[in-house]
Design a protein around this ligand. Structure first.
Ligand code: PEP
Ligand code: MG
Length: 585
């Protein structure tokens, strides 16, 4: 039994079997295959070898013309290696005899070769080590490129184990088959984690080396509440978890009763709960939990799930109308494209950036790609007559940016007018407050925006200088940092002063430890993953605004996130012990 500790990002406990997904450039886990699949696996290897050889022949021709004969010979050496039977034949043999994946057999053989080269006394051999890695990388790229489609071919319920998952891979998971996933990389607010929660798939990320420990088809428990993954659990542990699962199920059922009640504090203050969605069909789950509208529609998912085909204006329009139809008059806050960083894989980008979270992402990307931006704005405006639409611009850092975005919106309005296409001229236009600069200038922005939505996921990352997707610094990523509290307070205050609505749509809004604090800081609108609504509602219905305000003032005087969080947890547990049912193990 192997117990690994990671970051809990999507609740629920699943007991099942592992399914390994490899990623180019990373450790290859030992994946076994069925004996009858060995021939097909050898063919897969041969095809990858042939594709690599073809690529090398082309590169060799180009190099001969541009760099000369001698340099081109480097590729000749690589080509020779790929057709060397003393290297390749043992790989085929291992696949047939040990029933292991082509990737694993290949990395084993290349590792052995590197060990032999390193042991040689002459420099000539030792310098060949880089060539061997290069070759391994090349063949794996061909094997794994094809392998990625494995995720789509899952036919039986499995637990996916991977080094990392992209947000689009996660969003495309079939949740009737993928029961849970566990990854080496990731953080609590990386988009992969956010979608796992949206899909209701239990997940643990940031395990650092689960791919090293796991092997294909192994029994595994994923505990998404506590961030624990247990490989080869013993019968006693399985029995404990089975019991917990039953209790958890009863807890989820009891929460369903809370879902239909009003989100009102004990002194009668209404807190409005909206939902964060990535796809229109999520509106149904939101309404089932009595959400009052969509506070954040992450429209970039139209781009992330369509393969290489970019959505057309009509694709946008259809998606927005679909969401509006489902909402039956409730508001839909459409956030314009927030592509970039972890939501536009660098492989997709024409020119990968060195520092994508600080690069050309989000509104910056839109302002540099006007046809793409205008296409979306046209679709939103066309849909604006079909329901209660609001437009929100992401990652605003400066007034110029916000003004420029609004100016482009006006241009699009004029175009539509010229074409006699109807739209709502008074559509509210707001902005995300998710950068320290926007929060610090909230008083200025509040005079130009129709509403604010505080995006704590990015606000935390940019204020505390912690990459939200990096497991190595996940312990530094916290909404309880006094600086974050001050920025939220300043933004709420600016909203009140200039009389514009302020909502909070980062993941913090769904974390029950923070509910009292957020109410105490003056927030009356929260937007969260639909499935998280009942728990937050339960806290809201158990607390008094005066108590929350006192709590916010008290923790506001602390100088460390540890102190703040400890105090918040204690206060919430005392007042609403039932929402922590899942922790009582
Ligand atoms: C945020 O940054 O808090 C937010 C809600 O946006 P996203 O998670 O899509 O970056
Ligand atoms: Mg954000």
């Amino acid at each position: 039994m192997d117990v690994l500790k990671g970051i809990p990002v999507s609740p629920g406990v699943i007991i099942g079997r592992t399914f390994l997904v490899e990623e180019e450039g990373h450790r290859i886990a030992r994946r076994t295959i069925a004996p009858e699949a060995a021939d097909a696996e050898v063919s897969r290897l041969d095809e990858a070898l042939e594709a690599s050889a073809e690529e090398l022949r082309q590169q060799m021709d180009t190099a001969r013309e541009t760099l000369g004969r001698e340099t081109a010979e480097v590729f000749g050496f690589h080509l020779g290696m790929l057709s060397d039977p003393t290297l390749i034949e043992p790989i085929r043999q291992r696949i047939r005899e040990e029933h292991i994946s082509a990737e694993h057999a290949l990395t084993q053989a290349f590792n052995d070769l590197v060990t032999r080269f390193r042991a040689m006394t002459t420099d000539a051999f030792r310098t060949k080590v880089d060539d061997v890695w290069d070759m391994e990388h090349r063949v794996l790229r061909h094997l794994i490129g094809e392998h990625h489609s494995r995720l789509l071919e899952i036919t039986e319920p499995v637990i996916v184990i991977a080094r990392d998952m992209t947000p689009s891979q996660t969003a495309g998971l079939k949740n009737d088959k993928v029961q849970a996933f566990a990854t080496d990389a990731g953080g609590r607010t990386s988009h992969t984690s956010i979608f796992a929660r949206a899909l209701g798939i239990p997940a643990v990320v940031g395990l650092e080396n689960v791919t090293k420990h796991a092997s294909e088809g192994q029994a595994v428990i994923v505990d998404g509440d506590r961030g624990i993954v247990i490989l080869d659990p013993d019968p006693q542990t399985v029995a404990q978890y089975e019991q917990f699962r039953e209790r958890h199920e009863r807890f989820v059922q009891s929460l369903k009763k809370v879902a239909c009640l009003v989100a009102e504090t004990t002194d009668g203050t209404r807190i409005h709960l909206h939902g964060n969605i990535e796809f229109p069909h999520e509106v149904d789950g939101l309404l089932a939990n009595e959400g009052e509208g969509v506070g954040l529609y992450r429209t970039e998912f139209l781009y992330l799930t369509g393969g290489d085909v970019e959505p057309t204006e009509d694709d946008h329009y259809e998606a927005y109308c679909d969401a509006l139809r489902r909402l039956r008059g409730l508001p839909l806050t459409i956030r314009t494209l927030d592509l970039g960083a972890d939501k536009y894989t660098q492989a997709q980008a024409r020119e990968p950036e060195r520092n994508p979270f600080l690069g050309c992402r989000s509104i910056r990307y839109c302002l540099q790609h006007l046809p793409l931006f205008k296409q979306q704005l046209r679709a939103i405006l066309r849909a604006s007559i079909e329901g209660d639409v609001r437009i929100m611009f992401p990652l605003i850092c400066s007034t110029q940016e916000f003004r420029q975005a609004k100016m482009i919106l006006r241009d699009v309005m004029e175009d539509l007018e010229d074409e006699a296409i109807p739209f709502d001229r008074d559509v509210p236009v707001g902005m995300m407050v998710e950068t320290p600069s926007a929060a610090l200038m909230a008083n200025t922005f509040a005079q130009e925006a129709d509403f604010f939505s505080i995006g704590t996921n990015d606000l935390i990352q940019y204020t505390l200088v912690v990459d939200r997707t990096n497991e190595r610094v996940a312990n530094l990523y916290t909404g309880a940092h006094p600086a974050i509290l001050r920025l939220i307070r300043a933004t709420v205050k600016a909203g009140k002063r200039f009389d514009i609505p302020v909502s909070l749509c980062g993941e913090l809004a769904g974390e029950v430890d923070y509910t009292m604090l957020l109410i105490g800081l003056g927030l009356r609108n929260l937007s969260i993953t639909p499935a998280g609504i009942p728990r937050v509602k339960q806290v809201i219905r158990s607390v008094d605004v005066g108590v929350c305000e006192r709590l916010a003032r008290k923790v506001g005087s602390f100088d460390s996130s540890h102190q703040v969080l400890t105090h918040l947890r204690k206060a919430t547990r005392e007042l609403v012990p039932d929402v922590f049912e899942t922790d009582s193990r």
